[in-house]
Design a binder for this molecule. Structure first.
Ligand SMILES: Nc1nc2c(ncn2[C@@H]2O[C@H](COP(=O)(O)OP(=O)(O)OP(=O)(O)O)[C@@H](O)[C@H]2O)c(=O)[nH]1
Ligand SMILES: [Mg+2]
Length: 305
């Protein structure tokens, strides 16, 4: 267990390298030999905002630092990083970050998000992870608009060794067939990949609702999860997407992809404070193994590693 935790932390720390450089690295340089005064606190706040932690959160952290300094719980600028680390860890209340499994399998997980956010890759990652846990996984290629999308998912399915349901019909009918297949094969998990869409594209949002309805008609209680895949490299824009999608469909959690490719990893903190949805998984690379369940303590440890 300890070894598993260490490996996960290492993976996360590697993925967060750019954010750490940008944020913690620059803070270290900034704090060395400085007086803990208002000017320094202003600079610190600006750095936090640059790392996409969010304006409100940065202001709150600054106020916490000011209060701690006044109460003499914090004396030296050098101690700010330790304080910050502890402060960030208190940011997340206990939340359900696991996948809500069906009482009677299969558990159906619908994947949604804008174009190119990382949906198909995240489906592959989830499939791999569930398979590692000994679960039987089926994929539904419900992005039927492009042949290349079906092909991409099929390639992942082959590599991971799971079955994929394809079809010539519309996305909802493919999802329906996939439900049948998952039931017939006694699958534990059905992951439904969908086409990218914007929350402003009414017809496409209706189509997502249609997929949802068809799935729930075939399997009572499904979909058990609707995961929104967000691209961490888009920074604050990801927040707006999360709000818009959550208003349009019943999103149950976030898969934050491409956390490795960004210096804006502070977005995880902004999501917590500005969107009422738990980040359940993070994507840390382009391979199917580059997935970690999101754990706040681990995230903060990795950020300051
Ligand atoms: N570095 C990095 N790249 C990622 C990650 N997840 C996805 N990608 C890359 O992002 C690009 C888009 O990924 P897809 O999975 O095809 O995205 P999608 O949302 O399915 O795209 P559409 O179906 O076209 O809407 C690909 O080049 C992926 O390799 C990640 O966690 N880290
Ligand atoms: Mg895709």
């Amino acid at each position: 267990m300890a070894a598993m935790f260490a490996r996960a932390l290492e993976k996360l720390a590697t993925g967060l390298a750019r954010t750490r450089q940008r944020l913690v690295g620059s803070l270290k340089a900034m704090l060395t030999g400085r007086q803990l005064d208002d000017a320094l606190l202003d600079e610190l706040e600006a750095r936090l905002i640059q790392a996409d932690i969010g304006v409100a959160t940065a202001a709150r952290i600054k106020a916490d630092l000011q209060a701690a300094y006044k109460d003499k719980r914090l004396a030296r600028a050098e101690d700010v990083l330790e304080f910050l680390k502890a402060d960030l860890k208190t940011n997340w209340p206990p939340a359900d970050r696991g996948i809500r499994l069906a009482v009677t399998p299969p558990t159906v997980i619908l994947i949604a998000g804008i174009n190119g956010s990382g949906k198909t890759t995240s489906v592959a990652k989830l499939a791999w992870q569930f398979k590692q846990e000994g679960k039987k996984v089926v994929l539904a290629a419900a992005d039927t608009f492009r042949a290349a999308a079906v092909e991409q998912l099929s390639i992942w399915a082959d590599r991971i060794g799971v079955e994929v349901v394809k079809g010539a019909g519309d996305p909802a009918s493919v999802a329906f067939d996939a439900c049948d297949a998952a039931l017939a094969r006694g699958a534990d998990i059905l992951l439904v990949d969908t086409a990218g869409r914007l929350h402003t594209q009414d017809n496409l949002m209706r189509e997502l609702t249609k997929i949802r309805n068809v799935v729930s008609r075939r399997i009572p209680g499904a979909p058990h999860e609707v995961l929104l895949v967000l691209d961490a490299t888009t920074g604050q824009n990801a927040i707006n997407q999360a709000k818009a999608f959550a208003a349009a469909v019943d999103v149950t959690g976030i898969f934050l992809a491409k956390l490795d490719g960004t210096a804006k990893g502070g977005i995880v903190i902004a999501i917590r404070n500005e969107v009422n949805l738990a980040v359940k998984f993070v994507g840390l690379g382009e391979s199917y193994e580059d997935i970690e369940p999101f754990d706040p303590d681990q995230f903060v440890e990795a950020l300051f590693a």
